[in-house]
Design a protein around this ligand. Structure first.
Ligand code: NAP
Ligand code: GDP
Length: 322
């Protein structure tokens, strides 16, 4: 039986990836960053809260990571744990550097000190492209991150590439464009919108305050994207891949789809709040997933419309029961 260790298993991608690996017959262990209240609602949502082994500890603690590897003896490690919210990264840039950046180095060092045959996946991000240098971003596009988050991720990306080149370790970076689901954190714009649409429709909220709704993102479904992570680690050689849909949409249009689905008009409820603008914005992202398609046989299956409707309906069900 193959064994996997997932950091960030309590997050959106960690939960979907754990489900995928369990379905493939893996034994799945996950890092649980200690919190005073339980944070396993995503594992519960997918019905797998009793199927995974949870090991309590933090990405900033190298000694713990070594013990976690010795305990779980993984064939594959997926490093998904991070301070992952861009806006927070200006408020807590040092914490972001320590978890999202140096945390990657800690996992790599833990592998180097225990068992260098372990395959490693790093959750890189389209935020590394930031101020885009090409209209469609591929593995060859130069990076220009625009936030402390993007910069921390760029460190994580290059240190993973470096450990591959220096120590012949099997490290793969997935440069994933934005991906969403009913399990997305509520602070991200898609979930903020779909939750508000449900509340407004149910008469529990009147307006939705947003920042820059002209920003454009290449949004896919997280359930599709975790399959690409797994496929990267099944290749004979480690490599880096862009994972995206190849289409970009404004926040404004995403809102329209969500409000339309429940028979409401976005312009009647959306209020622009300049306090929600970011110190430096990533105006547009658009990924070129050709390499993932050709080498991994992977492509995005869920359209933005299907994704938004799935999220609105899940939020509607949840808010109706509150
Ligand atoms: P997420 O929902 O925010 O999950 C991240 C997880 O990491 C959370 O469970 C969090 O726990 C945990 N964590 C935070 N600090 C930690 C620490 N110091 N030690 C151990 N665990 C820690 O993020 P996601 O959307 O699933 O994304 C997964 C990964 O892919 C992240 O690295 C993210 O930056 C990256 N990524 C995401 C996207 C996207 O669109 N979703 C795109 C590209 C890359 P708490 O919640 O308890 O703090
Ligand atoms: P990001 O791409 O990782 O930063 O994902 P987000 O979902 O947080 O933001 C996507 C885009 O939506 C960014 O360009 C934000 O500036 C824009 N946006 C506009 N209004 C909001 C808002 O109220 N919350 C968030 N999170 N983003 C917003």
């Amino acid at each position: 039986m193959k064994k996997a260790l997932i950091t960030g298993i309590m997050g959106q991608d960690g939960a979907y990836l754990a489900k995928l690996l369990l379905d493939k017959g893996y034994k799945v262990s996950g890092l649980l960053a200690r919190r005073s209240t339980p944070s396993n609602w995503r594992l519960k949502y997918l019905g797998i809260e009793n199927e995974v082994e949870l090991i309590e500890g933090d990405l900033t603690d190298l000694a713990f990571l070594i013990r976690a590897i010795k305990k779980s003896k993984p064939d594959e490690i997926y490093n998904l744990g991070a301070q992952s919210y861009v806006a927070t990264s200006w408020e807590q840039p040092i914490l972001t550097a320590q978890t999202t950046g140096v945390g990657v180095l800690n996992v790599l060092e833990a592998i180097r000190l225990t068992d260098t045959t372990i395959k490693f996946y790093q959750a890189s991000t389209s935020e590394m492209f930031g101020l885009i240098q090409e209209p469609m971003q591929s593995e060859a596009t130069p990076f220009h991150p625009r936030s402390p988050y993007g910069i921390a991720k760029l460190y994580g990306h290059w240190i993973s590439v470096n450990y591959r080149e220096s120590f012949n370790m099997f490290t793969c970076c997935g440069i994933l464009f934005n991906h969403e689901s009913p399990l997305r954190g509520i602070e991200f714009v898609t979930r903020k919108v779909t939750d508000a649409v449900a509340r407004i429709k149910l008469g529990k909220q009147r307006e939705l305050r947003l920042g820059n709704i002209d920003a454009q993102r290449d949004w896919g479904f997280a359930g599709d994207y975790v399959e690409a992570m797994w496929r990267m680690l099944q290749q004979s050689k480690p490599d880096d891949y862009v994972v995206a849909t190849g289409q970009t949409t404004t926040v404004r249009e995403m809102c329209r789809i969500a409000f339309d689905h429940v028979g409401l008009h976005a312009e009647d409820h959306v209020v622009i709040d300049e306090k929600l603008y970011r110190p430096a914005e990533v105006e547009i992202l658009l990924g070129n997933p050709t390499k993932a398609k050709e080498k991994l046989g992977w492509s995005s299956k869920t359209s933005l419309e299907e994704l938004v409707i799935m999220m609105v309906e899940a939020d509607f069900m949840r808010v109706s029961k509150e």
